[in-house]
Design a protein around this ligand. Structure first.
Ligand code: NAD
Length: 270
């Protein structure tokens, strides 16, 4: 299937590891130009090199360019500068993956006002800022794709994830509301809600559980997977494949949706 991504410019937020990295690699394999950012400069440089070689392996001289910029998605000026740099170096942004690290775990009584403020800035405010920066250009050019990574907490609160369970639904509400305004201009806006996937974030979660409970890592994973009909964690590449479709020219009639990718974990008919 031709996804129609060759030569498009894609902005990939939080792209050095996990889902962001997997999406950046897939975009390069499709011949897109990729601008990626993340907090850790060293990790980011390594991933940018991988993205470059995937593009070159697939397209040789015709590979899309790669730009990498270390930054924190909550830093207003750094994000503005990154978007401007992408536009000047790679061209107008056609595609954007809105992504960041997740807000910290905790129940209501564990969290103070500062935790709520920081989580709001990380999860919702950063998304609003990015959409404000990128959407007008997409609308004026008559084509664009925005995909936001959220969590299954959008459809069902997750134990001990108070901040995610409250703020992620707001990100999907932004997706849905924005999709109405963007659709007449050829721009789609969707969100994707992952269940447990095997990324560094989940590896950290497993290590924390091991420390708290003294269980073996396999037992922590088994505790999760017994609730998942597919019987295992997802791989970041599986989520990336879905995201690439949402970013493609093929997904032109799909907007305002939240695609849940959780191996069948959440029980919800509609
Ligand atoms: P990960 O830890 O593997 O990768 C996170 C990436 O985000 C890294 O590149 C990191 O440098 C970057 N990052 C983190 N905070 C940042 C910030 N403030 N500014 C810039 N870059 C930042 O995580 P992941 O599993 O790929 O998770 C991505 C998102 O998906 C998170 O919001 C996470 O909560 C959510 N999610 C993950 C899972 C899962 O099972 N992995 C499930 C549901 C939701």
């Amino acid at each position: 299937m031709d996804l129609g991504l060759k030569g498009k410019t894609a902005l990939v937020m939080a792209g050095s590891r996990g889902f962001g990295r997997a999406v950046a690699l897939e975009l390069a394999a499709e011949g897109a130009k990729v601008a990626l950012c993340a907090r850790n400069a060293e990790d980011l440089a390594t991933t940018a090199e991988e993205v470059r070689s995937v593009g070159q392996e697939a397209w040789g001289e015709m590979a899309g360019a790669v730009l990498a910029q270390p930054l924190d998605v909550t830093d207003d000026q750094a994000v503005r500068d990154f978007v401007s740099l992408t536009q000047s170096d790679l061209g107008s942004v056609d595609i954007m993956l809105v992504n960041a690290g997740g807000p910290p775990a905790g129940n209501f009584e564990d969290l103070d006002e500062h935790d709520w403020k920081v989580a709001y800035e990380l999860t919702l405010e950063s998304s609003v800022r990015l959409c404000k920066l990128v959407l007008p250009g997409m609308k004026s050019r008559g084509w664009g794709r925005i995909v936001q990574i959220t969590s299954v907490s959008v459809v069902q609160p997750v134990e001990n994830l108070m901040l995610s369970s409250v703020l992620r639904p707001a990100v999907h509400a932004l997706t849905k509301t924005l999709s109405d305004e963007a659709a007449p201009f050829g721009v789609t806006v969707n969100s994707i809600a992952p269940g447990f996937h095997n990324t560094s974030a989940v590896q950290r979660l497993i290590a924390k559980k091991v420390e708290q409970t003294g269980c073996a890592p396999e037992d922590v994973i088994a505790g999760w997977t017994k609730e998942i009909p597919v019987g295992r964690l997802g791989e970041p590449e599986e989520l990336a494949a879905l995201i690439l479709f949402l970013m493609s020219k093929r997904a032109s009639y799909l907007t305002g949706q939240c695609l849940v990718s959780d191996g069948g974990w959440v029980k919800k008919t509609f």
